[in-house]
Design a protein around this ligand. Structure first.
Ligand code: WTA
Length: 650
C-alpha cells in the first residue's frame, strides 16, 4: 500500500474519555453549519462575559461590503478570562512552565503569580501613558515576560503587536511605524542554542529609522545581563517599572469586537500586512480549538514548541491554553541543543502530555537517525500535533514512531495567521488519521474547492481552497487598510474567503493541503513573500532585477531560490553572491536568507512584461522537461540559458 492510503483509526480507549468522539463530532459539526447562531451562542457560555452577547453573528463576505462581527454587543476582558477567573479553582496550579535554552534553567509560574505580575505590568504600562486602544510593540525572547506583556496589554485594552525576535531592525522599524507604537518591550538579548541575539541593539538600530520617533519608552527585560547601550529618558528596565506597581489592576471592559492584537504576516505582494484580531470571537475560537483538537484535560502539561512571534504562539502558547486554565510549557531554545534528544528530555522532565510542533523541527531531527530520543521515555505523551506546512508522510511516520512510541495520534492542523485558530484538523477521539492529511473541517468551518474561475468543484478533486462563511476566530481586517484586506482575501472569488492554498479532497471527504498557490513561500514553516525578498535585492546597487521562487528542500520544506540579473557593468562572482545573501539577511532577517542564487542574463517574461514564475519554479526544482507552454515568452532563449546554468543539488 502507498503511504497515502495508510489509515490510523481512532484509538477507542482514547475516544472513551475524549471531549469529542465520532458521534459528537458529526452532531456538533452539523449543528455548527446549519445553525451557527445556536452553536456559537452555546459555546460562548464557556467564556466569562461582563455582558453576555445577544447578537451572535453578523458577517458579510460580499466584496463590496466585507464586514465581520461576532458577539458584537458582548463585553469581556481577555486577560480576566485567562487569569482572574481561574484564581479560585486553580490559583496555585502552574500556568506557565518555562524551560530555558540551558537545561539547568527552568521555572514555574502559578496562575496567582502570573495574575499578580500581569496586573503590575499593566499598571506599569499605564504609568508610561498607555491607554485603551493604544498599540504596544513586543520584540521579545521566549521568556514568560512575553506572555505577561501580551496579557498586560489585554488587561488595559491596549493592542499588542508582537514582532518575531529573528526579524531585522528594518523589519521591526516598519512594523513599529505602521502600528504607531509609543512603547516597545524587549530584552537585552535572547538566547537560542547557546547563542545570544542582540535584541536591544536591534531595537536601538530600528529606532534610528524614519518615523520611529513615535516611540517614547523602551522597556527592557534583563535576560542575559549582556552589554547594551542605554538611552536615558527613553529606556527603562522592566523590573524597575513593574516591581513598584500595585498588584491590583482592574481589567478594562472591552467590546467583543475591540482589537486584541495586530500580527504582521507576508502576502504575495507589497509589505507585510498587519492582521487585526479582535477579542471575543478570537478568544473563544482559540480556547475551543485548543480544548477539543488537543483533547486537553485538567491538570495536563501541554507544550506548543512555536515562538510567540507567530500566530501559533499567540493562539496555542498563550490565549487558548490560558483561557482553558491549562499548564502551558514555554521553551526558549531549539530542539537540537544541547543534543538532538532535547525534546524528549523536556517531555520527561515536565511530564508533558501534549506536544505540538512543526514538520521542519521534525525533519531537522529525523536527519540524525532513529536513536536520538533513546535517552528519554516519553511515556507521558498522549497526543501530538503538527502545524505550519504540509507534513510529508516520512516525517509523520518518524514523529509517530520515534517521538510518540507509536501510540500517540498526530493532529495535523491546517490554519493561518488570518484564521486565528485551527480550520482543518483531526480530533483525537473522532478522526481516523492518514499521514500527511489535515482531514476534516473544525466546527463552523465550511471549506470548498474551486477552479481558477471560481466554479465550485464537487467530490474527490484538486482545487483552490476557499471558506464559504465566517468563523469567530477570523481576522477582521488589515490594520489601517481594510481595502487591502478585501482585495487580498475576498476579491479573487466573489463571496468567499480565499486561503491562498491548494488542496485535494479524497474519496472520504478528507482534505490534503498541497501548499501555497500564490507567491508566498513557506520556509521552515515561516511565511515569506517573494515580493519582499525581491524588493530587498533590487535595492542593492549591483542588482538590476530579481525573481524569487521556492524549491523543494529536504529540511526546510521550501528553500529560497533567487534569479538575479546584474547591472551591465557588474561582474558576477561568488563574493557577490555571498554579499547578496548577507544583504537580504540583514535587511529582513536570517529566515529570509537565500539558499541559492543563480545569475540570470534575462528572466522569462511574457510579451506584456510579466515574469513567468511557473517556469522559474520548474527550473529551480530541476524539472526541466515539463516546462509547459513557453510560446508566449518574449524571448524563449533566456530559458535555455537558465536551464543550462541551473543549480542542481546533490
Ligand atoms: C501553511 C501558521 C499544510 C499553509 C498557522 C498556510 C499548512 C500557511 C499547515 C499559513 C498544515 C499551515 N498543512 N500547510 N497543517 N499549517 N500551513 O500564517 O500554506 O504562518 O496557508 O500560519 O502555512 O502560515 P501562517
Amino acid at each position: 500500500m502507498s503511504e497515502q492510503q495508510r489509515i490510523y483509526p481512532v484509538d477507542e480507549r482514547l475516544a472513551a474519555d475524549a471531549w469529542i468522539d465520532r458521534d459528537r463530532y458529526q452532531k456538533l459539526y452539523r449543528q455548527s453549519v446549519e445553525d451557527p447562531e445556536g452553536f456559537w451562542r452555546e459555546q460562548a457560555d464557556s467564556l466569562s462575559w461582563s455582558k453576555k452577547p445577544a447578537t451572535i453573528k453578523n458577517t458579510s463576505f460580499a466584496s463590496d461590503n466585507v464586514d465581520i462581527r461576532w458577539f458584537e454587543d458582548g463585553e469581556l476582558n481577555v486577560a480576566h478570562n485567562c487569569l482572574d477567573r481561574h484564581l479560585d479553582s486553580r490559583g496555585d496550579q502552574p500556568a506557565i512552565i518555562w524551560e530555558g535554552d540551558d537545561p539547568e534553567d527552568h521555572k514555574t509560574i502559578s496562575y496567582r503569580e502570573l495574575h499578580q505580575r500581569v496586573s503590575q505590568l499593566a499598571n506599569g504600562l499605564k504609568s508610561l501613558g498607555i491607554n485603551k486602544g493604544d498599540t504596544v510593540t513586543l520584540y521579545m525572547p521566549m521568556v514568560p515576560e512575553a506572555a505577561m506583556a501580551m496579557l498586560a496589554c489585554a488587561r488595559i485594552g491596549a493592542v499588542h503587536s508582537v514582532v518575531f525576535g529573528g526579524f531585522s531592525p528594518d523589519a521591526l522599524a516598519g512594523r513599529i511605524v505602521d502600528s504607531q507604537s509609543r512603547v516597545v518591550i524587549t530584552a537585552d538579548e535572547s538566547v537560542r542554542g547557546g547563542k545570544q541575539v542582540p535584541l536591544k541593539d536591534n531595537v536601538d538600530a530600528a529606532l534610528t529609522r524614519e518615523g520611529t520617533d513615535v516611540v517614547e519608552s523602551v522597556l527592557v527585560v534583563r535576560r542575559t545581563g549582556g552589554d547594551i547601550q542605554w538611552h536615558e529618558g527613553r529606556d527603562r528596565w522592566f523590573d524597575d517599572v513593574v516591581d513598584q506597581q500595585p498588584t491590583d489592576c482592574p481589567a478594562e471592559t472591552m467590546n467583543a469586537e475591540d482589537p486584541l492584537f495586530i500580527l504582521y504576516t507576508s502576502g504575495s505582494t507589497g509589505t507585510p500586512k498587519g492582521l487585526k484580531h479582535t477579542s471575543g470571537g478570537y478568544l473563544l475560537y482559540a480556547a475551543l480549538t485548543h480544548r477539543t483538537v488537543f483533547d486537553y484535560h485538567e491538570g495536563e502539561v501541554y507544550w506548543c514548541a512555536a515562538d510567540v512571534g507567530w500566530i501559533t504562539g499567540h493562539s496555542y502558547i498563550v490565549y487558548g491554553p490560558l483561557a482553558n486554565g491549562a499548564t502551558t510549557l514555554m521553551f526558549e531554545g531549539v530542539p537540537t541543543y544541547p543534543s538532538h534528544g532535547r525534546i524528549g528530555q523536556i517531555v520527561d522532565k515536565h511530564n508533558v502530555s501534549i506536544l505540538y510542533t512543526s514538520p521542519t523541527a521534525i525533519r531537522s531531527l529525523m536527519a540524525h537517525g532513529e536513536h536520538i530520543m533513546d535517552d528519554s521515555r516519553r511515556d507521558s505523551l498522549r497526543i501530538l500535533g503538527s502545524v505550519g506546512e504540509p507534513i510529508n508522510p516520512e516525517a509523520w511516520d518518524w514523529f509517530y514512531r520515534v517521538v510518540g512510541n507509536s501510540r500517540c495520534p498526530i493532529m495535523d492542523t491546517w490554519w493561518q495567521t488570518e484564521t486565528g485558530g485551527h480550520m482543518i484538523t483531526p480530533m483525537p477521539g473522532a478522526t481516523d488519521l492518514k499521514p500527511g492529511c489535515a482531514t476534516k473541517p473544525f466546527f463552523g468551518v465550511q471549506p470548498a474547492l474551486v477552479d481558477n474561475d471560481g466554479k465550485r468543484l464537487e467530490g474527490a478533486t484538486d482545487g483552490n481552497l476557499v471558506i464559504l462563511d465566517s468563523w469567530p476566530g477570523q481576522a477582521r481586517s488589515i490594520w489601517n487598510n481594510h481595502d487591502r484586506f478585501v482585495q487580498t482575501y475576498f476579491s479573487t472569488y466573489e463571496g468567499v474567503y480565499f486561503t491562498g492554498d491548494g488542496c485535494r479532497r479524497d474519496e472520504d471527504g478528507d482534505y490534503w493541503i498541497t501548499g501555497r498557490i500564490d507567491d508566498v513561500l513557506n520556509v521552515s514553516g515561516h511565511r515569506m513573500g517573494t515580493a519582499e525578498i525581491e524588493s530587498s535585492l533590487v535595492a542593492h546597487q549591483d542588482v538590476a532585477e530579481a525573481a524569487v521562487v521556492g524549491y523543494p528542500h529536504d529540511i526546510k520544506g521550501q528553500g529560497i531560490y533567487v534569479y538575479v540579473t546584474l547591472n551591465d557593468d557588474v561582474e558576477p562572482s561568488d563574493e557577490l553572491k555571498q554579499e547578496l545573501k548577507q544583504w537580504v539577511r540583514k535587511d529582513i532577517g536570517p529566515i529570509a536568507t537565500p539558499d541559492v542564487i543563480q545569475w540570470a542574463p534575462g528572466l522569462p517574461k511574457t510579451r506584456s512584461g510579466k515574469i513567468m514564475r511557473r517556469i522559474l519554479r520548474k527550473i529551480a526544482a530541476n524539472e526541466c522537461d515539463g516546462l509547459g507552454d513557453t510560446s508566449t515568452l518574449a524571448d524563449p532563449g533566456v530559458v535555455e540559458d537558465l536551464i543550462e546554468h541551473r543549480h542542481v543539488r546533490t
